[in-house]
Design a protein around this ligand. Structure first.
Ligand code: ATP
Length: 437
């Protein structure tokens, strides 16, 4: 594998129209004002402030970026202290990697969050562990990055104000659509970069370079993926869902599988299940919160495997809950089609929500019913509330629950629609004392 690091002393510098770049970012005017202040201060302190990583990459790809990496070659903590004399703001979070999340209050009172990072060098003491970091130069900060396409720098202050610095041929790889790690041991040091490389390949429809495969084989040879903690694997897979579009999820999972990455990290997954899982997530897309989708995704992936749950650090208590729900469903699912609507709904509502969604992946008969329930029936509720029933003269709470269920059943059967009809029905029930006793 060619070592691309020596190119570092002889790097490409290109003039860039900063105004146009900032316009492309389409920043809120308050964020722009903040950036202006930060640049002035960096100039005064003679520290190099620059954009790096995704934001520069996406500018050349003409893709919108949601967040940006603002890097300071210097003492960021001191820098922020001084900046907060002029700008209203506070440090919300400081990580062990010398990165800062700051909250800024603009002139209008609107607040926004900005990520600032210190140019740093990384030291990996063992494969697949988190590195130690030390403040360093922009050159070393570039050397710690994952792929050449993420190594472009856009300078905001001297000595490279308005300059694009391309230290490792990132622009060429970006133009050719190539994902190239920086060195042979890149994935040994940090196997999560493999997941990142998979995401970039699918997202941008790029190719992996020869060096990508070489670095992958090195990581396989040294068994570095086995050393990744469950929570880091979990976080990387979660990004498939969080940062990528759902329509790419199947490709992401299949590529991960085909590269042998799932197997190497110790996850025995079934490739043929991916399509079903992704389709189900697509169908549920608008019905679920992100946290619910995340659960369906992970439990659907490793379904029923205690080994998989342990590897990803999922709760075994939760796994047992899922298994108990499966026992409950298994014995009754064949009767579902013979049940009346309210009976069906009552049955579905006895099963905890998430197990119900995950089990639908494996029981076709259940899936259809769950879908109807999620989209339509679970949203049907009586208009009258318990309080209103009390005002109508019903005092005891078990009776109230019984009436509310009765009203809901009548709605499900399509027998009533309005609050008026509900009231009439309740009046009738009050007359038929037998119902309430
Ligand atoms: P996205 O578009 O997915 O948000 P991004 O490039 O902005 O991509 P981040 O995860 O926000 O990615 O990381 C910011 C930058 O930090 C990346 O561009 C990359 O240069 C660097 N980086 C992030 N994670 C790693 C890693 N595991 N190893 C090396 N460099 C990394």
């Amino acid at each position: 594998m060619t070592n691309i690091i020596p190119e570092l002393n002889n790097f490409q510098i290109e003039k860039i129209d900063l105004e146009e770049f900032l316009e492309f970012l389409n920043l809120d005017s308050e964020v722009k004002a903040f950036l202006q202040k930060a640049c002035e201060l960096a100039k005064k302190r003679k520290e190099f402030l620059y954009f790096a990583g995704g934001v520069v990459r996406d500018y050349f790809l003409r893709k919108n970026t949601k967040d940006f990496d603002l890097v300071l070659e210097g003492n960021l903590e001191d820098f922020l202290k001084e900046l907060f004399k002029e700008v209203r703001g506070e440090i919300l979070f400081k990580s062990q990697f010398l990165t800062y999340k700051v909250n800024i209050e603009g002139n209008s009172g609107k607040t926004f969050i900005i990520d600032l990072v210190t140019a740093r060098r990384e030291l990996y003491e063992a494969p697949a562990t988190l590195p130690k970091v030390f403040p360093s130069s922009f050159k070393e900060d570039i050397l710690r990055r994952d792929f050449t396409i993420n190594t472009l720098i856009l300078g905001l202050t001297p000595p490279y104000e308005g300059k694009l610095l391309d230290l490792l041929g990132g622009k060429r790889d970006l133009e050719k659509g190539i994902i190239r790690p920086l060195h042979l041991f890149s994935f040994v040091e940090d196997p999560t970069r493999i997941f990142r490389g998979i995401r970039y390949k699918v997202r941008f429809n790029f190719e992996w370079s020869e060096e990508f495969y070489q670095a992958l084989n090195k990581a396989f040879e040294i068994s570095s993926l086995e050393k990744l903690t469950g929570s880091r694997i979990y976080q990387e897979l979660k990004l498939y869902l969080l940062k990528e579009s759902l329509e790419n999820l199947k490709d992401l999972l299949e590529l991960t599988y085909d590269l042998g990455v799932f197997e190497k990290v110790g996850l025995k997954l079934k490739r043929e299940r991916f399509l079903n899982l992704v389709k189900w997530l697509e169908v549920l897309e608008k019905e679920l919160t992100f946290q619910e989708k995340e659960k369906v995704f992970f439990w659907g992936l490793i379904w029923n495997s205690s080994e998989g749950a342990l590897r990803l650090g999922l709760s075994i208590k939760e796994l047992n809950k899922f298994k108990a729900s499966e026992e409950f469903i298994k014995s009754r699912v064949s009767f579902l089609s013979k049940m009346g609507l309210s009976e069906k709904v009552e049955f579905l509502e006895k099963v905890p929500f998430l197990p119900l969604l995950v089990l639908s992946l494996f029981y076709e008969d259940l899936k259809e019913e769950v879908l109807n329930w999620i989209k339509v029936y679970r949203k049907i509720k009586p208009k009258l509330t318990g309080e209103e029933l009390k005002k109508m003269g019903i005092s005891e709470s078990p009776k109230i629950g019984k009436i509310l269920k009765f009203l809901r059943d009548k709605h499900l059967e399509g027998k009533i629609r309005s609050e008026e009809e509900e009231k009439q029905l309740v009046e009738q029930l009050l007359e038929e004392e037998s119902f309430l006793n």
